[in-house]
Design a protein around this ligand. Sequence first.
Ligand code: PMT
Length: 324
Amino acid sequence: MDSRNGSAPQIPLDAEMESFFDSAPPLKDSAGITQKLKEFIEFNSAPPGKGSPRRVVCVTSGGTTVPLEQRCVRYIDNFSSGHRGATSTEYFIKAGYAVIFLYRRGTFQPYCRSLPEDPLLECFECSDDSSIRVRQPYTEAVKRAISDHHAAVAGGHLLKLPFTTIFEYLQMLQTIAMSVRALGSHAVFYLAAAVSDFYVPWKSMAEHKIQSASGPMDMRLVQVPKMLSVLKKGWVPMAFCISFKLETDSKILLEKAEMALKKYGMHMVVANELSTRKEEVTVVTGNEKILVCCDKTQPDSDVEKPLIELIVGRHSAYVKDSDC
Ligand code: PMT
């Protein structure tokens, strides 16, 4: 077990995972992250006033990077804009959940999807008296983004934790898992991040920028251990776990999703194909394949709304069963 996580119970890791965590550079501000999580979970377990405890979901979003040099100039990236994770976060909060949003720096953020790509330069202008104001077409969108985001963060329902590398992502996922473990079936993991499958172990990585003068380069990448099994079977055995399966070949998608469901003990696997991921997904469970689509008759409809409705319903049934 990784001894850096002080509050973690002793859960054995297999050799591959042990070697991954041993080779990872220590997570910056690990104690600060653990403290933020502790406060967030405590607050949502006993909200002030007469509020009932909120269920907690960890939404992962965006792609992890694999650095090729310790003083990183070059890296391998994984595709994900973060749209799925950011949009799903909004619907989870609306449904009454507290969300730990584990996201890749620079990707889509909750409540910002109706803003243009460069909101600072496009939405604002300087007026004659040197004050800054919102440009007319964006007034409503900016107001809504600021007030919804503020309500979620200041209200204690949204905790945002950024990552960049695969090392940061998996260490933070472990820290989150250990922090929510005591919530049992009330915790959900919604693993929409695109996670690297291969990496360069920190100790065998070049320290400085790799030089091109010596011609073509061979590099050996090691397989990143799948964390889904250890998450479900070791770290949070009672949590409701949803993973994603992304493929570009629709012929193998459902078969791979079913395999992941069985192999990693997930409650649901959301199968999506790269080119249609915004219009439809198929949710694979033990005995069903449920096609979830956006409502094409509505202008701003998205697939996350019906998807999160389905998940919240299934999670509620799971909590009820677990409490019996
Ligand atoms: O962000 P968008 O642009 O909106 O796109 C959303 C999305 C397509 C990225 C998202 O819907 C999605 O499918 N995310 C998962 C992508 C992915 O990594 O798929 P995979 O088939 O490689 O991995 C399957 C699962 O295994 C994932 O839940 C991942 O968290 C997990 N995994 C992967 C590698 C690894 N070493 N360990 C893991 O646990």
